[in-house]
Write a protein that binds this ligand. Structure first.
Ligand code: PHE
Length: 360
């Protein structure tokens, strides 16, 4: 095209046709950009290329040719601008359509968490004991052996420690007594902590997580919840203990529930008992849940041992008290008919969602 005088106006027209034909077919912005570079690009666009080839024309021909090229360039540019508006507009319209929100649609429900059944029952127990004058408090799960054992009348090497074998997480090895750090095996350490902190009268319940070295099965877990109770005052007797626990079980399982106390041993109480309620499922006739006995064991209890009172600086000649500890999961299992304690920590949503919307 640069060879002597062969550049013609016809070439310009052909290029204009090619440019506009191709432009008409362009449907997206990327193709439009490519087209722009090819025809209108400053350096190597085809239209600029025509101007560069003008050197081969005679001086008389140049102005006419240049004007023709520029006029063409203006038309092609105008066509480009028009196309750009359509393609860009179409892209925008498409984007808007894709992103459109139908504000007439009903809202999507936000998934709501549910309270764990253990939490539900803990709250229920807390409400029952509040009516009986007990305050709900909590204590550390990582505990000193001093509180978990020694102050509760369980000295080092006492065989009762076997019953509460647990995870030792470190030693605080003080001077004369070995005070180690354990994951608490029961909520009873809070008996000592509470009494050390305040003078009688004391009326507290302590729900909380406990840990034991346990072979797990349908009714045993290495992690479980207990609810401790402690009442200390002048003239507290065994009948206060029995009355309190009877009222609690009636609130929990219904007014016809009976409670049974049998002798048992715990180093921190004297006398010690275990207590059971008539089976909430069969009413005491005997069924699968109570294994035919008609009774459900709920926990241990007793009168606070004088040694424990002395250990925390209370005078057993003036004060007496009762304490009890019950397994919360056990109550949950009875209440909701759950037959395997391992469900509580399996994090299976199907299990947890069973309790959606349950209110106490
Ligand atoms: N702490 C005892 C246990 O874990 C239960 C208990 C508490 C017994 C208070 C008597 C008094 O087995």
């Amino acid at each position: 095209m640069t060879t002597g005088g062969s550049i013609e106006v016809g070439q310009i027209e052909a290029l204009e046709r090619e440019a506009t034909d191709r432009l008409a077919q362009i449907a997206d912005e990327a193709a439009l950009e490519g087209w722009f570079r090819e025809f209108l690009g400053r350096k190597d666009g085809k239209l600029s290329g025509l101007l560069r080839g003008m050197g081969a024309l005679s001086p008389e021909e140049r102005p006419r040719f240049g004007a023709a090229v520029n006029a063409t360039k203006d038309r092609v540019t105008a066509a480009y601008e028009a196309r750009k508006a359509t393609v860009g507009g179409a892209a925008l319209t498409a984007r808007l359509a894709a992103d459109a929100v139908d504000i007439t649609q009903p809202g999507r429900p936000v998934p709501m968490g549910t309270l764990h059944p253990t939490t539900l029952v803990t709250r229920e127990l807390s409400a029952i004991f509040a009516l009986l004058g007990f305050q709900t408090i909590e204590g550390p799960e990582v505990e000193e052996t001093r509180y978990n054992f020694d102050l509760l009348n369980i000295p080092t090497n006492h065989p009762a420690r076997d019953k509460w074998d647990t995870f030792y997480v470190g030693s605080r090895g003080t001077d004369d007594t070995v005070n180690e750090i354990v994951l608490r095996t029961h909520t009873s350490p809070m008996q000592a902590r509470t009494m050390q902190r305040q003078d009688p009268p004391v009326r507290v319940i302590v729900p909380g997580r406990c840990y034991r070295y346990e072979a797990t099965d349908a009714s045993h877990e290495a992690i479980f919840f207990q609810l401790e109770g402690l009442a200390v005052d002048k003239k507290i007797t065994m009948s206060d203990l029995k009355g309190t626990l009877t009222e609690m079980t009636r609130q929990l399982f219904g007014s016809s529930t009976k409670v049974r106390f049998r002798c048992d041993f715990f180093p921190f109480v004297e006398p010690g008992v275990d207590f059971s309620a008539t089976c909430a499922v069969c009413g005491g006739k005997g069924c699968r849940v109570c294994k035919g006995t008609g009774w459900l064991e709920l926990g241990g209890a007793g009168m606070v041992h004088p040694n424990v009172l002395r250990n925390v600086g209370y005078d057993p000649a003036i004060y007496s008290g009762f304490a009890f500890g019950l397994g919360i999961e056990r109550i949950v299992m009875i209440k909701y008919g759950i037959d395997d304690i391992r469900n509580f920590y399996a994090n299976d949503l199907r299990f947890l969602e069973e309790f959606a919307g349950t209110r106490i």
